[in-house]
Design a protein around this ligand. Sequence first.
Ligand SMILES: Cc1cc2nc3c(=O)[nH]c(=O)nc-3n(C[C@H](O)[C@H](O)[C@H](O)COP(=O)(O)OP(=O)(O)OC[C@H]3O[C@@H](n4cnc5c(N)ncnc54)[C@H](O)[C@@H]3O)c2cc1C
Length: 475
Amino acid sequence: MRQRPDTIHAVALDDTAVARLARELRGELIRSGDAGYEGARRVWNGMIDRRPALIARCAAPDDVIAAVAFARKNGLLVAVRGGGHNVAGNATCDGGLVIDLAPMRDVSVDAERRTARAEGGARWGDLDAAAATHGLATTGGAVSTTGIAGLTLGGGVGWLARKHGLTCDNLRAVEIVTADGRLLTANEREHADLFWAVRGGGGNFGVVTSFEYELHPLTTVLGGMVLHPIERAGEALRFFRTFAANAPEELSTLFYFFVAAPVTFLPPELHNRPLAGLAACYAGDPAEGEEVVRPLRRFGPPLVDEIRPMPYTEMQRLIDAGSPPGLRNYWKAGFLKGLDDEAIAAIAAHLARAGTPGPFLEVFQFNGAVNRIAPDATAFAHRAAQFDLTIGAKWTDPAADARQIGWVRDCYTALEPFTSGGVYVNYLGNEGEGRVRAAYGANYDRLAAVKASYDPRNLFRLNQNITPALPHGRS
Ligand SMILES: Cc1cc2nc3c(=O)[nH]c(=O)nc-3n(C[C@H](O)[C@H](O)[C@H](O)COP(=O)(O)OP(=O)(O)OC[C@H]3O[C@@H](n4cnc5c(N)ncnc54)[C@H](O)[C@@H]3O)c2cc1C
């Protein structure tokens, strides 16, 4: 029988076996009560408060192999942690073993082949910085502290996606420790079924110890944001719809709503005010980019125009300060069918009601090179999507949980009729099996078959979990 992904395994651990594992690891084994345990058990989302029995801070693939073997032998629940950013909090667990790749952050770049090989614990800041020293880049997450692992395995949306595809479309190979403890290379030639599955199927198939990416020449982008009063959100969205539809693939744009933090580049009168932003990144010739973004600068006119040429690595850190670790976070997401007037009116109405700091909403333009790849070419199924919607809230005081979560849920309920039914797996919370199926879409059954080949007993189940397909003839 399939075990529920959130089943807690409180296994009595044999001290001798634990001590043996600690000796075996090049990295560190942290137990409850050890110095460093409190920090090591935390993930980015402050809502998640779990207490694993053991945290294996792996320093090399052999450590991962040892940790996987230990979990299997002792029947321990396994969580796998890359950057620890996932909002669902599946990178930690109660009572089980966290396989934490934080010490494995090396990135090496082959400038001639235009590839980068990054260890499974690397963050986007690590990869972007290493690639930038050679004037290269690939599609990556927009916050530099996000792990490359979780983001790539779920698909990977970023400023370069319209031009170069999703992060997973730029993936050339992975090295992965599977549930039986083998270290496999998966690429188009070797274990091609597994390589297909890790490009959108999340962490279901093993622990990825390294990723190899294709890189593209890029140094400077024209990027940043313009800000408008929230009362103009509807107009801004209508402008965004037309502007995005006509934009060349060098340009990616994002509509976003937030309550402004008191940061230096904003005039004091905008601090703590709800604002409608249009962010953009032009990854091409900056002079041509100026022509392209001119309507964006003119629309309104904006309260603030912060679009300027900057190194791509700076663009990739632009919103870091707004996403610190430890805040309480709650998100709902979905792909919008389109952005018609009715959808825009519904979004604008909800933003007008948001009021106090915490709530945010983003609509990311989602097409170009992403849409040119067939929905079954990789496990990422949502190739026809045009706009990705994320509704969320971040706050500090647990007493505000109900109010903040309530706003997100109400807003999602109002906007759900305008969504396609699909959802980006990396923005999903713990929302039940129906939503997990919605995330993998038409690729679910094929993913379930690959899962059955590489993880038939569902060792890696703390994720947006795919049930291993039953062998033929069994039901
Ligand atoms: C502030 C913020 C900004 C974000 N921005 C973007 C963005 O611009 N684009 C985008 O596409 N997404 C974005 N995301 C979502 C992001 O893609 C997911 O949160 C992703 O899971 C983060 O990866 P991680 O390694 O940090 O996560 P973790 O929490 O460490 O891992 C998430 C899951 O991935 C799996 N996993 C992690 N590491 C491994 C590994 N080495 N091998 C196998 N499985 C593994 C596990 O199942 C784990 O539960 C953002 C998230 C946050 C919080």
